[in-house]
Design a protein around this ligand. Structure first.
Ligand code: NAP
Length: 291
C-alpha cells in the first residue's frame, strides 16, 4: 500500500518538554505506515506556560489524538473535558482523544505496565511489591498494581512524597500500602521480603547508565525485577538481577503497550506491538542506547 502525507492526513502528536528523546513518533509512524492508515504522528515541545494555548490548539487544529509527557501529565487535567476514573484516581493523564471537539483523557501507562508484567509471566495477585520512586510513573504503577497486590511499599528519596502517595492510595484502594525513604538500611529490609521490585526512578537512565538504584548485594534470586527505564534497553539493575538469577523485565514493553493502547483508542485498530518494539530497537542502534 502506498503511504502519502496529503491534505487529508489526520494528525496525532506528543506534547511535553523536552520531547526530542521520545520514541513515540518512531513506534506510531511505523505501525501507521504498515497498516496504511492516513495519520501522521509528530512531537511538539510545549513549555509549561504555553500548555493552555497548546490544548486550545488541539481543538483548533482538529488533532485527533495526543500523548502527554513530562512535565504536563498532571497540569493538563483542568484544561480537558473528561478524565476517565483510572486517570482521575492516578491524578495524571498520558493520552487524549479528540472526539468532535471534546477532549477525553485516560492513562495508558498504568495498563501498559500491568500488561507488560503479566505477559512476562509475573504474578501480581497476593504479592509483596516494592516500588522505588514516588513520581508520575510510580503513581500509575501503584494505582493499577494496588488492585491485586497484597502489599505495596513505596521507597522514595524524598520521604514525605512516599508517605503522601501511600496515604492517598490507602484512601482509594483496598490494599496495604506503606511509604518510606530510600535509606539503604530500609531498602535492604524491604527488598529482603519483597516478591517484585520495580524501579520507577531515573537512576540508571542514559546518560548515567552505570548507576544502580539499590546496592547490587541485596538483589536475591526470588525477586522479579522490573526496571521501567527503556534507555538503555537493559539497565545495570537488570543486568545485575539477571546475573543473580532473577526474572526481569525492562521498560520497553511498558512503553510499547501504553502506545498500543493509545493507538487503539484513537484509531479503533489494534497495532502490531512487535513492529513497534522492533522499530524502537532498530532506532536505538546496536548498543541499545539512544544518545
Ligand atoms: P518523575 O515524576 O520526575 O519522578 C521521578 C522519581 O524518581 C521521584 O520519586 C524522584 O524522587 C525519584 N528520583 C529522581 N532522581 C533520583 C535519584 N537520583 N535518586 C533517587 N531517586 C530519584 O518521573 P516519572 O515520570 O515517574 O519517570 C521516572 C522514570 O520512569 C524515568 O526514567 C522515565 O523515563 C521512566 N518512565 C518509563 C515509562 C515506560 O513506558 N517504560 C513511562 C513513564 C516513565 P524525589 O521525589 O525525591 O524527587
Amino acid at each position: 500500500m502506498k503511504y502519502h502525507i496529503s491534505a487529508k492526513t489526520k494528525l496525532l502528536c506528543l506534547i511535553g518538554h523536552p520531547v526530542e528523546h521520545s520514541m513515540s513518533p518512531i513506534m506510531h509512524n511505523a505501525v501507521l505506515k504498515q497498516m496504511g492508515m492516513d495519520f501522521v504522528y509528530v512531537a511538539f515541545s510545549v513549555i509549561s506556560k504555553s500548555l493552555k494555548k497548546a490544548v486550545k490548539g488541539i481543538k483548533a487544529l482538529n488533532i485527533k489524538g495526543v500523548n502527554v509527557t513530562i512535565p504536563h501529565k498532571q497540569n493538563i487535567i483542568p484544561y480537558l473535558d473528561y478524565i476517565d476514573p483510572l486517570a482521575k484516581n492516578i491524578g495524571a493523564v498520558n493520552t487524549i482523544k479528540n472526539e468532535d471537539g471534546t477532549l477525553k483523557a485516560t492513562n495508558t501507562d498504568a495498563r501498559g505496565a500491568k500488561d507488560a508484567l503479566l505477559n512476562a509471566g509475573c504474578k501480581i495477585s497476593g504479592k509483596n511489591i516494592v516500588i522505588l520512586g514516588a513520581g508520575g510513573a510510580a503513581r500509575a504503577l501503584c494505582f493499577t498494581l494496588g488492585e491485586d497486590a497484597e502489599l505495596l511499599t513505596i521507597a522514595n528519596r524524598t520521604e514525605h512524597k512516599a508517605k503522601e502517595l501511600a496515604e492517598e492510595i490507602r484512601k482509594k484502594l483496598d490494599v496495604k500500602v506503606e511509604g518510606y525513604s530510600n535509606n539503604p538500611r530500609i531498602i535492604n529490609n524491604l527488598v529482603k521480603k519483597a516478591d517484585i521490585l520495580i524501579n520507577s526512578t531515573p537512576v540508571g537512565m542514559f546518560p548515567d547508565i552505570n548507576q544502580i538504584p539499590i546496592p547490587e548485594s541485596i538483589i536475591h534470586s526470588d525477586l522479579f525485577v522490573f526496571d521501567i527505564i527503556y534507555n538503555p534497553i537493559k539497565t545495570l539493575l537488570i543486568n545485575k538481577a539477571e546475573k543473580v538469577g532473577c526474572n526481569t523485565l525492562g521498560g520497553l514493553d511498558m512503553l510499547v503497550n501504553q502506545g498500543a493502547l493509545a493507538f487503539e483508542w484513537w484509531t479503533g485498530k489494534k497495532p502490531d506491538t512487535t513492529i513497534m518494539k522492533n522499530k524502537i530497537i532498530e532506532y536505538m542502534g546496536h548498543d541499545h542506547v539512544r544518545q
